[in-house]
Design a protein around this ligand. Structure first.
Ligand code: FES
Length: 300
């Protein structure tokens, strides 16, 4: 028995906006549909949008879903969420927001929220007359899971948007890997790549932020010991550790004596042959750049 929230059950037993929006001759409005899935594969959703042409606003949204409790609840939630939005606003709705609207979905049912988000995209592209292959969409890119026709782009997007960490989760979200299983190793590789890319991105963002904070502190006055320790810890936590962790390592601040910073390298970093380079490039250079050019980092 699935553990559904009250909101999921409410929208399953009394779905809102179920049905069709017929084509209309009403001036100033246009109707578009988006299809995803196929009945032979288990789930299918057709989303209907009625759009005010002058403003791009979604006046009405309805759905027809062939699927389980969570597929119907996700479709119903989606239609409630997008009514009144412009098409550009609706394109920003993520599958995670659909699941959040429902108070959450069992992880094995998250693919229902993904299906809703994809039907929305398909309807908007149809409305705009944009072929999906011409877009930065899932049909582009290498096919990773031939059993379910899932591309690398689609896996990357769902991993990033939902912070997924295992191939099993990817299967729950987009079904990839749930057939013969021969693509599971490739899915693991994609997850690692996405993790490393986002760690690097965080590094740049946090680095720029920390640099501003540190330089503004430096402009105010020389750092006290307590401030210096706090800053070293902050730079390690926000800029250094995410990169090391993404590579299976880590670092812990052990002690500080004047300009000498003692650290413990952990995990893969502790046993790695290039640990000296990690110490000098990833840690010392970063601390010198952010805090003081006199800092020397040593491993204990
Ligand atoms: S190729 Fe992905 S499950 Fe078979």
């Amino acid at each position: 028995m699935w553990d559904y929230t009250d909101k999921v059950l409410e929208l399953f037993y009394n779905p809102k906006n179920q049905g069709v929006i017929e084509a209309t001759n009403e001036p100033g409005v246009k109707v578009a549909t988006g299809d995803v899935g196929s009945i032979s594969c288990g789930d299918a959703l057709r989303l209907h949008l009625k759009v005010e042409v002058a403003t791009d606003k979604i006046l009405d949204a309805r759905f027809q879903t062939f699927g389980c409790t969570s597929a119907i609840a996700s479709s119903s939630a989606l239609t409630e969420m997008i009514k009144g939005l412009t098409l550009d606003e609706a394109l920003k709705v993520t599958n995670k927001e659909i699941a959040d609207y429902l108070g959450g979905l069992p992880e094995a049912k998250m693919h229902c929220s993904v299906m809703g988000q994809e039907a929305l995209e398909a309807a908007i592209y149809n409305y705009r007359g944009i072929p999906r292959v011409a877009h930065d969409d899932d049909d582009e890119g290498t096919l990773v899971c031939t059993c379910f026709g899932i591309s690398e782009n689609k896996i990357r997007r769902v991993v990033l948007e939902n912070n997924l960490t295992s191939a099993e989760q990817v299967t729950n979200y987009v079904k990839a890997g749930g057939g013969c299983g021969s693509c599971l190793a490739k899915i693991d590789d994609i997850i690692s790549e996405v993790k490393q890319e986002s760690a690097k991105q965080n590094l740049n963002t946090n680095g720029a932020k920390a640099k501003t904070e540190v330089s503004s502190l430096g402009q105010q006055k020389a750092l006290t010991n307590v401030q210096k320790i706090a800053l070293i810890q902050k730079v390690l936590d926000e800029e250094v550790r995410p990169v090391l962790i993404a590579d299976g390592g880590d670092v812990e601040l052990y002690d500080i004596e004047g300009d000498k910073v003692k650290v413990k390298l952990q995990g893969a970093c502790g046993s790695c042959s290039s640990s000296t380079a990690t110490l000098k490039i990833a840690i010392e250079a970063r601390l010198r750049d952010r805090i003081s050019k006199d800092i020397i980092v040593e491993a204990v």
